[in-house]
Design a protein around this ligand. Structure first.
Ligand code: FE
Length: 174
């Protein structure tokens, strides 16, 4: 015969277990597993769009794989000034250092140079009746944004990026 306090304890445990199961299920449904994400693996990826669609959020897929552009002034890294490194949100490839970021009025996070020359790739883009140069991730070919010639010194370039294509990691305090 259990004492009342034992019944309460058992009931509480059941509620906690049910709660934990519900939470883990929710987390799995909203955070997809991405087996291609690595901040150290530099090997180029050749992954089909059908496969990317399974591992990226719909919002990131639309920009990274379909070349959509997020609305100006809406991205989380526009007017963001923290020291650290920006990685490709699709594959983890290191792309930019915060030291190359500069403030602009264009509405998107902008950098004057990539972290390494091969961090990004370039491709002519003739969409929307314009001739622009598209900037892609050097590891996974994700669409990041475009490059323009109105940036500050020392390069004069403006890498105009979509925030959603970027994954930021702040420097650790030493
Ligand atoms: Fe990438």
């Amino acid at each position: 015969m259990k004492k009342p306090v034992e019944y309460i304890g058992a009931a509480l445990m059941t509620v906690l277990l049910l709660g934990a199961t519900a939470c883990s299920g929710k987390a799995q449904s909203t955070q997809k597993q991405n087996p291609y994400y690595s901040r150290t693996d530099t090997k180029r990826l050749t992954v089909t769009n059908a496969e990317w669609k399974k591992v990226l959020s719909p919002e990131l897929y639309a920009v990274a794989r379909e070349g959509e552009t997020e609305f100006a002034f809406t991205g989380k890294y526009y007017e963001y000034d923290v020291k650290g490194t920006y990685y490709c949100a699709a594959c983890g490839n290191p792309l930019f250092r915060s030291t190359a970021k500069f403030s602009t009025t264009c509405g998107w996070p902008s950098f004057y140079e990539p972290l390494r020359a091969n961090s990004v790739l370039y491709k002519e883009d003739n969409s929307h009746s314009m001739t622009r140069t598209e900037v892609l991730c050097g590891r996974c070919d994700a669409h990041l944004g475009h490059i323009f010639d109105d940036g500050p010194k020392p390069t004069g370039k403006r890498f105009c990026m979509n925030s959603i294509s970027l994954d930021f990691e702040p420097d650790t305090q030493k």
